[in-house]
Design a protein around this ligand. Structure first.
Ligand code: DGY
Length: 327
């Protein structure tokens, strides 16, 4: 009897051309319709799978893998992996992979789009125009805040934080950053960035970009107390994960005029957005799209597929998925 072909479950209909190389080696089961996968859907999808490709919208936890006796790899299409219970996967001998690097520059571009969008009131101005308010040009309408020359603070100086800092060079922004560890001197120099403690970062940033991964330790790193220590003229940008910023505290700070504005791509409990943020005029809100350029999203899927191929023993990294996440 022929051995059964390995089975790969893909939790969302991702780019078919990027998944195509897998079909030569395995039975590919791609969910045909995009949507929210319930815990029961996850368990059913993973049950017969040898490998799975999931996005950051799918939760892979102990319950999801309880019946997945054949599962060897979960390839996350995303650099962040707080949707995966790594301890549960590890205990079950399942390797998890993510998609670092391919999205770094795209996310850094978007961080600047958000920063400028909030500081120069781009979405607020567009709403005003579309609502038909524009009767005459006015010298002092919708006055914003400059980015050039202002101090940029970056909380979390991994690859994405560094790419944001490099962009700030072109805006002649002094860059301060806070990270558990300072960068090596040559990297600091390439980014034109200076390590400061958390207090100094909060106190001196005109635009503060949050680029920290979400972990229990980083939950609400920007809370009411942190917001209170920022300049009332400052802007906060979150391109990291919902939950690193306390959205309720941010909504209160904005409503109280204790912060000039914010730009958020990620939210606690997304897709729900705190009503106080929805009500605030001085906030740019986007639906978790920082990595969503066509080329980058395609590259992320291709990278996840490469990890699966390697786990199934094919390709240049056969047996060693290149982006395995270590605990
Ligand atoms: C990531 O990769 O973690 C982004 O947040 C989603 O693409």
């Amino acid at each position: 009897m022929n051995p059964r072909r390995p089975r790969i479950w893909v939790a969302q209909p991702l780019f078919a051309e990027a998944l195509a190389p897998l079909a030569a080696h395995a039975e590919l089961i791609v969910e045909p319709v995009e949507g929210v996968r319930s815990a029961a859907d996850m368990a059913a999808g993973l049950r017969e799978a040898d490998a799975a490709i999931v996005t950051i919208g799918e939760r892979v936890d102990a319950a999801a893998i309880a019946g997945a006796g054949r599962l060897k790899l979960v390839a996350n299409v995303g650099v962040g992996y707080d949707n995966l219970d790594l301890a549960a996967l590890h205990a079950a001998g399942i390797v998890a992979t993510n998609t670092p690097d391919v999205l770094t520059e795209t996310v850094a571009d978007f961080a600047f789009a958000l920063l400028l969008g909030a500081a120069r009131r781009v979405t607020e101005a567009e709403r005003w125009l579309r609502e038909g308010h524009w009767q005459r040009w006015s010298f002092d309408r919708l006055l914003g805040t400059d980015a050039h020359g202002a101090t940029l603070g970056i909380l979390g100086m991994g690859r994405i934080g560094q790419a944001i800092a490099r962009r700030a060079l072109g805006f002649r922004m002094p860059v301060l950053y806070h990270n558990r560890q300072a960068l090596a001197a040559d990297l600091e120099q390439a980014c034109g960035a200076r390590w400061v403690d958390f207090e100094t970062l909060l106190r001196e940033s005109d635009h503060l970009v949050v680029a920290l991964p979400y972990t229990p330790a980083t939950r609400h790193r920007i809370d009411a107390a942190a917001l209170a220590r920022m300049k009332p003229t400052a802007f906060l940008v979150n391109i990291a994960r919902g939950g690193v910023v306390d959205d309720a505290a941010l909504a209160a700070a904005l409503a109280g005029g204790r912060l000039a504005g914010a730009a958020l791509d990620v939210f606690e409990g997304e897709p729900a957005v705190h009503p106080g943020l929805l009500a605030a005029g001085n906030v740019v809100l986007t639906p978790h799209i920082a990595s969503a350029s066509l080329a980058t999203r395609r590259a992320m899927v291709a990278m996840a597929a490469d990890n699966v191929l390697a786990a199934l023993g094919h390709g240049p990294s056969a047996g060693h998925p290149p982006n395995a996440i270590t605990l």
